[in-house]
Design a protein. Structure first.
Length: 67
């Protein structure tokens, strides 16, 4: 995998670091790792990435709602 692909795969984890609670960090980290590991099978990697992005988006929305 190239550096660009790994940085895109790590996006859920990086977004979860912005959230206020630490509950979303572990699932997003797992989703990012699964995305990298499943890189040879694009549909499965995309599913893991989408789940991680959804978890991170909810955590980020809660952070922005409290501001």
């Amino acid at each position: 995998m190239s550096v660009l692909q790994i940085s895109i795969a790590a996006m859920p984890f990086l977004l979860s670091l912005v959230s206020r609670s630490s509950k979303a960090i572990a699932p997003c980290l797992c989703a990012s790792i699964f995305t990298v590991l499943l890189g040879d099978e694009p549909p499965r990697a995309a599913m893991a990435w989408c789940i991680g992005i959804l978890i991170a988006a909810v955590a980020l929305r809660e952070r922005l709602r409290t501001l």
